[in-house]
Design a protein around this ligand. Structure first.
Ligand code: FAD
Length: 512
């Protein structure tokens, strides 16, 4: 009992000492926002992956770029201190964490900017790096009838978080990733400088920060290109038994001119069985339509494929005109007869489709499971081999979550950004989005991902990890290939003491 009391007294002493520390640091930083102690169970020590946890020193909720600049400058003056911007913490491998460092909760700046502009005759919106894309969508559509052109599938991600990677979805074949759809950034560099940059103003910082994994600066504002938002979307899924037919149609659709294709093209792999998560029931968009496996050819293997397509239209369009346009596009495809599913939904309903899946997954308790996800870009030249080994063998029984595969065009990406891509004009994004119950199977799935990457390297596949995660410098060098020198130079210019984004584990903090 006495021992117990002793501990309580000791703990409360420690707590008040920490409170003193917090107010001292708050005052010395002269913050407009707020600061609290790092906590092992707090948001800054967790991410969506659920695989890693580290304790930060402080969690800071800045009011804007000036606060962020002060924090970075203060970290520069203290040996070993690092700073991680945390968007919405939807990384998998601790990328937005800072062990013993400052974590900046960018969400507190989410409302900072929201200004419509016309640049060279085209509409753009200035938004905060800490804004959620779903809020950008809602506000742009409801206030201006406009919307960004390029998305991610899930929109509870921050502008700065996805721009630091690439930001890819089914519109990227036409407009490029989100990194190809911004014209200006405001960035707080690793020296604490608040710098506006664009293609013509500080271009090294602009292109460095895009896809830069947070290494060169913290994005506090982005200027995003907009287009007229459609009212409605015809959302379609068509099923393929053969990989060659699936890829032929997918590549055909992404290579067509704007008015000769869909507005969104993605693809998925699923199991040829009645498993509710991994199999046939996962395909149908309309619960009233059943997947009828009798349509499948005898030759169908353990996995099947579907293309997910979207056609935009306006409320004022005649239904017959929409039907005709969709029929013409679908009519050119070689999917399995009878295996088509379609619904009409609002444009916002379509873009927020994963939000609904999130709500369902939260309701049945699987959303918060660990997520040992693996995302890769694989060159068209190696995608058949990848399908044969990975989809048809390694994960043929499903992964307890979606498996995505769809083509992208390299010409829509700007090679001046920091994103590393495979060679060749067409490459595929492959995403294995596992939801794994807590326990020993998590480590097994992490190991399975490692095996896939090892196999890609061993076979000499032309591939890159997307949302990359490596620990060794040698792996990072291989990842960036001939872009490594440029990446290192940018680091030396904009964050010479390697203060920023330590959770990426690319550079070690130095004191010079
Ligand atoms: P965080 O995870 O918080 O941060 C990611 C990295 O960026 C960290 O290193 C962090 O330090 C840095 N960072 C964060 N904010 C800033 C900033 N303002 N300036 C500089 N650096 C910053 N990605 C796609 O491309 N397409 C998809 O369709 C897609 N779907 C997804 C669906 C789900 C359910 C999830 C969980 C993720 C998905 N992602 C997708 C991946 C997502 O783009 C990345 O995980 C992204 O990093 C998450 O954004 P975030 O705002 O949570 O960033």
């Amino acid at each position: 009992m006495i021992a117990c009391l002793g501990r309580i007294v000791h703990d409360s002493d420690a707590e008040s000492k920490l409170d003193d520390d917090v107010s001292t640091i708050f005052n010395s930083l002269n913050l407009q926002g707020s600061i609290e102690n790092g906590d092992v169970s707090g948001i800054a020590s967790k991410d969506f992956g659920g695989l890693y946890s580290v304790k930060p020193l402080y969690l800071i909720r800045p009011s804007g770029a000036e606060d962020i600049s002060r924090v970075v400058k203060a970290a520069a003056g203290t040996p070993h201190l690092t700073v991680a911007a945390r968007g919405n913490g939807h990384s998998i491998n601790g990328q937005a964490m800072a062990d013993g460092g400052y974590v900046i909760d960018m969400r507190s700046t989410g409302e900072n900017h929201f200004k419509l502009l016309t640049v060279n005759g085209s509409p753009c919106i200035d938004v905060s790096g800490g804004a959620l894309w779903e809020d950008v969508l809602r506000r742009c559509v409801s206030r201006f009838g406009l919307a960004p052109r390029s998305w991610t599938d899930y929109l509870s991600l921050t502008v700065g978080g996805t721009l630091s990677n690439a930001g890819v979805s089914g519109q990227a074949f036409r407009y490029g990733p989100q990194t190809s759809n911004v014209t200006e950034l405001e960035v707080v560099t690793g020296k604490g400088d608040i710098t506006v940059c664009s293609e013509t103003q500080n271009p090294e910082l602009f292109f460095g920060a895009l896809g830069g994994l947070g290494q060169f600066g913290i994005i506090t504002r982005a200027r995003v290109k907009l287009q007229l938002a459609p009212d409605m979307v015809r959302w379609i899924r068509v099923v393929y038994a053969e990989f060659e037919e699936f890829t032929r149609d997918a590549e055909f659709l992404v290579s067509q001119k704007e008015d000769e294709s869909f507005d969104y093209v993605e693809g998925f792999v699923f199991c040829n069985n009645d498993d509710p998560v991994n199999g046939w029931p996962s395909v149908q968009l309309n619960p009233d339509q059943e997947f009828n496996p009798a349509h499948l050819p005898q030759t169908a293997g353990p996995v099947l494929y579907f293309l997910e397509l979207a056609f935009h239209y306006r409320n004022s369009d005649q239904p017959s005109t929409v039907d005709m346009a969709v029929s013409r596009l679908v009519g050119g495809l070689g999917f399995v007869d009878g295996l088509i599913s379609q619904v009409d939904v609002s444009y916002m309903g379509f873009l927020l489709r994963v939000k609904r899946a999130e709500q369902d997954a939260k309701a049945n308790g699987v959303w918060d499971n660990p997520h040992p996800w693996l995302n890769l870009f694989v060159s068209k030249s190696d995608i058949v081999e990848f399908d044969q080994t990975v989809f048809k063998k390694m994960v043929k029984n499903g992964i307890g979550g979606p498996m995505l595969i769809y083509p992208l065009l390299r010409s829509k990406w700007d090679s001046r950004t920091s994103v590393a891509l495979p060679e060749g004009e067409i490459f595929y994004i492959v995403a294995l989005l596992r939801f794994v119950p807590k326990g020993p199977s998590v480590e097994k799935k992490v190991a399975e991902n490692r095996e896939i990457v090892k196999w890609c390297i061993k076979e000499g596949l032309d591939f890159k990890l997307y949302l990359p995660h490596y620990r060794a410098k040698e792996d990072w060098k291989r990842h960036f290939g001939n872009q490594w020198t440029r990446f290192e130079k940018r680091k030396a210019n904009f964050d010479p003491m390697a203060i920023l984004a330590p959770g990426q584990r690319i550079f070690k903090r130095t004191n010079q």
